[in-house]
Ligand binder design. Structure first.
Ligand code: BES
Ligand code: MN
Ligand code: ZN
Length: 484
């Protein structure tokens, strides 16, 4: 699929599909299409009760050539930021338009000269072409991709950036959608290596022996119960010019989470292939970063492991020593993500970056608190928090700040036998998990933790998402770095 800019000065390109993204208040200003066509569209919309409500779509024949189609896609009420509505409308247009192979679509949208508008159109179109169906061999649904999309009076930079962002997110989804028998810590490391190779990034992979030597006692404990050995993955982007700063992105990379000896009930174990979604998001982010070339150095860290109840598994009551020297009493082997992140955070702190952001499918409690469409945000730096929320607004990914300062909750991390337990009380579970992580971040470093549990997986299709991995957070991280 190519996405082109249709120049304002050239005549309208009569493609198979002409799509118009339109708000409710817009009085269908369609002069571009000629008075007669405009009149036809207005009347058709009127009889079909199409008013431009967000998410609605109306398809009609082109009056002068009924083999061609006109599609109206609603954006809802006119407002300052319509990017999310534009992504959804474009997604719907592309899905509706591709009834046969090699279709060519022309899209009209008010303000396409604006970079963010063109970006949103390119993103929505790309998401419409995403499908994870490689394992369906029989009776596969038709999956057609348009040949070209022409955006009238578009912003070229916006198209380019939108493609990079959406492709990064689709890349994250592709890995997250793979099951645990395909993506293990080893194969995840191979993906990271392949990515680094392709994008000219540095990459270092540590095996179990090396990880043990590096004194990552919390992380290695989690990995012990699996026949699939852990891999500690580091990918680095370095700017060509002088570095303005250094940010570390840490993604939770549990290629499968059975719960370990504190095994999960069956209903809670399905979708746990998605427990590597944080890792996928940071890999997607650095893929885009290598193309967008910000002036910050970016390091991606993934402590990849599989949480299984094998004979070598870590046990409840075990006492572990993390890389920063703190001891942890295990009171629940299913609170494993924070143990892998503890060592990753301690290691990242030693690199002395300006900022660390971790992203993790960490707690069911966060999903209970915020639902599946909003991620929890915890930070020791309000300005960083504001930047993440703002990046989320521009990408359509929602974050809500939760507290780290409740002294009563913090007490539940106390252990009679070690410095900490890995699992606090049930109430406030997302918060105590974040407080646990904070114990492993050097105080002077700005840090944010994003809990994407359940936001990582789309159960019921919505906006521009179909069922499966969402790739949540990928675009937020990219847009954050591009704003630093
Ligand atoms: N990976 C899960 C969290 C999770 C739950 C992600 C639902 C996505 C959807 C995590 O490792 C976990 O098992 N958390 C436990 C923590 C508990 C033992 C304190 C949970 O949420 O139940
Ligand atoms: Mn778990
Ligand atoms: Zn987990």
């Amino acid at each position: 699929m190519r996405i082109n800019r249709l120049d304002k000065t050239v005549n309208i390109k009569e493609t198979e599909v002409t799509a118009i993204l339109i708000t409710e208040t817009e009085n269908l200003e369609l002069a571009l299409l000629g008075a007669e066509t405009a009149k036809f569209i207005k009347e058709y919309a009127l009889t079909e009760n199409f008013t431009g409500k967000a998410g609605t779509i109306l398809s009609m024949p082109y009056p002068s050539n009924p083999s061609k189609k006109i599609i109206l896609a609603g954006l809802g009420k006119k407002k300052a930021n319509l990017n999310e509505e534009i992504r959804t409308a474009t997604f719907n247009v592309v899905k509706t338009a591709t009834t046969k192979e090699n279709i060519s679509i022309t899209i009209y949208c008010d303000n396409a000269t604006d970079k963010e508008t063109s970006k949103a159109i390119a993103e929505g179109a790309t998401f419409a072409t995403y499908k994870f169906d490689k394992y369906i061999l029989k009776e596969k649904d038709e999956h057609r991709i348009p040949e070209e999309i022409n955006i009238y009076d578009a912003n070229l930079e916006g198209i380019n950036e939108g493609l990079i962002l959406a492709e990064a997110q689709c890349y994250a989804k592709d890995i997250a959608n793979e099951p645990g028998n395909i993506i293990t810590p080893q194969t995840l490391a191979a993906k990271a290596l392949a990515l680094a190779d392709e994008e000219n990034l540095e990459c270092e992979i540590w095996n179990e022996e090396k990880i043990i030597n590096e004194k990552m006692g919390a992380y290695t404990a989690v990995a012990r119960g699996s026949a699939n050995a852990p891999r500690f993955i580091q990918v680095t982007y370095k700017p060509d010019t002088k570095e303005k700063g250094h940010i570390v992105l840490i993604g939770k990379g549990l290629t499968f989470d059975s719960g370990g000896l504190d095994i999960k009930p069956a209903d809670y174990m399905t979708t746990m292939k998605g427990d590597k979604s944080g890792a996928c998001a940071v890999l997607g982010a650095i893929k885009a970063i290598s193309k967008l070339k910000p002036s910050w150095k970016v390091t991606v860290i993934i402590a990849a492991a599989e949480n299984m109840p094998g004979g070598r598994a870590y046990r409840p009551d075990d006492i572990l020593t993390a890389r920063n020297g703190k001891t942890i009493e295990v009171n629940n082997t299913d609170a494993e993500g924070r143990l892998t992140l503890a060592d990753a955070l301690a290691y990242a702190s030693e690199l002395k970056p300006n900022i660390i952001v971790d992203i993790a499918t960490l707690t069911g409690a966060c999903a209970v608190a915020l639902g599946t469409n909003t991620a929890g945000l915890f930070t020791n730096d309000d300005k960083l928090g504001e930047k993440i929320i703002a990046s989320g607004k521009s990408t359509g990914e929602r974050y809500w700040k939760l507290p780290l300062d409740d002294p009563e909750l913090r007490k539940s991390l106390k252990s009679p036998f070690a410095d900490l337990v890995n699992c606090g009380e049930r109430y406030g579970g997302a918060i105590t998990a974040a407080m646990f992580l904070e114990e492993f971040v050097a105080e002077e470093i700005k840090w944010a933790h994003l809990d994407i549990a359940a936001a990582d997986f789309i159960k019921t299709p919505k906006t521009y998402y179909s069922k499966g991995a969402s790739g949540f957070g990928t675009r937020t991280l990219i847009s954050l770095i591009m704003q630093l």
